[in-house]
Design a protein around this ligand. Structure first.
Ligand SMILES: [Zn+2]
Length: 116
């Protein structure tokens, strides 16, 4: 089980997802453990495919998915933009911590998908 990807929470209620399997018919299905929404298709014939299908999230037009925590590349891009011609920004620098804090504040203030 360690090499299998974890199920994301239910996109509707946030409860844990779970996998059901029918030995008789050979299908796998992901579903919410709380609200019961399912992600089923007749041709899902492996646990890994059921997990991948459940974990797929549509991104509306005009939106992008970004990490909650900024990556080093994102911090570097901010540094390059803020200080044109600037060199590499060290991860233990004050500016790195500042940019990371600014990014986190912006993510926290950002509308959730579907909100404007
Ligand atoms: Zn749910």
């Amino acid at each position: 089980m360690d090499d299998e990807k974890a199920l994301l929470p239910c996109p509707f209620c946030g409860a844990p997802g779970e996998i059901e399997h029918s030995e008789q018919y050979g299908w796998w299905q992901a579903q919410c453990s709380n609200c019961g929404v399912t992600c089923s298709e007749c041709d899902i014939n492996s646990h890994a495919d059921a997990v991948a299908r459940w974990n797929t999230r549509a991104t509306p037009s005009g939106w992008v998915s970004v990490p909650v925590e900024p990556t080093a590349e994102m911090i570097q891009a901010m540094n390059d933009r803020m200080h044109e011609g600037a060199d590499y920004i060290a991860e233990n620098s004050i500016e790195y911590a500042l940019f990371a804090a600014v990014y986190k504040a912006m993510i926290a203030a950002a509308p959730h998908t579907g909100e404007r």
